[in-house]
Design a protein around this ligand. Structure first.
Ligand code: 2NL
Length: 355
């Protein structure tokens, strides 16, 4: 047999071998290996094609044509087998990966909720808004003038000591109560004024019942003919809205620098009758006292009004009452929380009890 006949025979052989392999390829990956084996850069058939130009002129055409046809036939066979395999493989994946739409979904991400202190502040705000008060706010870094002087705290008052207040400079401090906002509000608006001021306050106390930062809500009413009876009626309305319609309040004499007279206010315990529970035990909320201390209050000292007399507050013409309470304390009383720190630790098991 001539060299040329040998070469043509070899092309046919390669084509048959490759076609058999292509038809038998079990996967796309196997098919790709077959393609590289027969048509890749180092494969025999392409090599034969590359050397057609070196053949004697009378052999070139037959060899070129045969080898080219073989290559094209193989390329088409690979393409056909490839799409067959892709199809089968897709069908198999679709079968195996089938989603069971009857399965329950993942549980929903739990919904968050407002912190108990935020809930309590909003509840207090709503009650006083219902009684005709507006909400005012002011700075937490405050001047000594608004925090103490204008509130009738003498220079010798213990709260003004370097150890009893967080001073920022000699003239500025972290407010120790929200009362300075009441002075600011009176400077901004002539009487009548009915406002409540919620907010953070700061004192350098840290023990089981005190934290250096806590929250207060204070109220101020200044108008003509405002009396202690108005204070008592307002606070009784508040106590009933917050702790239940059966509640009574009682006023005990006290002292605050900015009020005269001053009172401490108790609400009758919502958990017992006269300090004794339904089971005959000593009430754990009021400790058997039958009353819970909820706030301090009083008639605005005329000295305080004198500080804002240029803004329309003439102590001979208008009177006022004021009150202040700790938001933490109210939340703890109302929900029987035994430890102030629970409000700040943010243990989810504690927080989620207050939906
Ligand atoms: C308490 C007592 C109180 C006030 C706050 C006040 C403000 C002005 C004038 C007069 Cl501008 N008084 N505020 C009055 C009495 C009591 O808070 O024990 N708070 C936790």
């Amino acid at each position: 047999m001539s060299d040329q006949a040998d070469s043509l025979e070899r092309v046919h052989q390669l084509q048959q071998e490759a076609e058999a392999a292509i038809a038998a390829a079990p996967t796309s990956a196997a098919l790709e290996e077959i393609r590289v084996r027969f048509l890749g850069r180092k494969a025999e058939l392409p090599n034969l094609l590359r050397h057609v130009a070196d053949l004697p002129a009378e052999q070139r055409s037959a060899m070129g044509k045969t080898a080219n046809q073989a290559r094209q036939a193989l390329e088409q066979a690979i393409e056909r087998r490839g799409s067959e395999l892709a199809d089968t493989e897709l069908q198999r994946r679709l079968g195996e990966d089938r989603v069971d739409i009857t399965l329950g979904g993942d549980p929903l991400t739990p919904l968050g909720r407002l912190h108990l202190l935020t809930q309590t502040r909003r509840e207090l705000e709503e009650i006083f808004i219902g009684l005709g008060f507006n909400v005012a706010e002011g700075p937490e870094v405050e001047s000594v003038y608004y925090n103490f002087d204008a509130l009738n705290h003498p220079i010798t008052h213990p709260a003004r000591a370097r150890t009893d207040t967080f001073y920022v400079t000699d003239e500025t401090l972290l407010r120790t109560h929200t009362s300075p906002v009441q002075i600011r509000a009176m400077e901004a608006q002539p009487p009548p004024i009915y406002i409540i001021i919620p907010g953070r306050v700061y004192r350098p106390d840290s023990d089981p019942t005190h934290t250096p930062q806590f929250h207060q809500i204070e109220g101020l009413a200044v108008d003509v003919d405002v009396t202690l009876a108005d204070l008592k009626g307002t606070l009784q309305g508040f106590a009933r809205a917050m702790f239940g319609p059966e509640r009574e309040i009682r006023l005990r004499p006290s002292f605050f620098p900015f009020t005269e007279p001053s009172v401490e206010v108790d609400v009758s315990c919502f958990n017992c009758q006269g300090g004794v529970t339904g089971e005959g035990d000593r009430c754990p909320i009021c400790k058997g006292a039958a009353w819970l201390e909820i706030l301090g209050a009083g008639m605005v000292d005329p000295n305080v009004l004198e500080y804002v007399s240029d803004y329309g507050y003439d102590p001979e013409q208008v009177q006022g009452f004021a009150f202040g309470m700790g938001i933490e304390r109210i939340a703890m009383l109302k929900h029987g929380i035994p430890n102030l720190r629970l409000l700040y630790e943010n243990d989810i098991r504690f927080l989620e009890q207050f939906a």
